[in-house]
Design a protein. Structure first.
Length: 135
């Protein structure tokens, strides 16, 4: 599922010709939301603390990949940010258990999500970007 999410996200972020079309944006938003809700439900089940499956008590490489993806994507949509509470808790858990809170915060304060003009959105530091989808 993570690959599906990132592929759909890339199609949205790199389509500079259609990105400004409301219907295009809504279609991609809703498709992503359906998949993200499945992932959110997974992290809401007891014992699914990390992406590698039930019973894992420490993050693996896939958790850091997922953390990056969710850290970016949930900042794009106000709907994602408000409805996907288990993914938000998962992100906080990965950061906390890994002991990277200070680094994570500093990077979100200073590092742009994407280089300028590279994508359709996200050209500022993570903590400074504004939702681009608020429906």
């Amino acid at each position: 599922l993570l690959g599906d999410v990132w592929s759909a996200w890339a199609k949205l972020m790199f389509n500079k010709e259609k990105y400004s079309e409301a219907e295009y944006k809504k279609e991609h938003h809703d498709k992503l939301l359906n998949t993200l809700k499945l992932i959110d439900a997974y992290f809401g089940k007891e014992g699914n603390s990390f992406a590698a499956g039930k019973g894992n008590d420490k993050p693996s490489w896939v958790d850091f990949k997922a953390l990056h993806m969710f850290n970016v994507i949930l900042r794009w949509s106000k709907v994602y940010d408000s409805e996907l509470s288990n993914i938000k808790a998962y992100n906080a858990r990965v950061v906390s258990v890994s002991g990277i809170q200070e680094y994570f915060d500093a990077e979100n304060d200073t590092r742009p999500l994407y280089p300028p003009n590279y994508t359709t959105w996200g050209h500022d530091a993570a903590n400074n970007v504004k939702f681009d989808y608020e429906e």
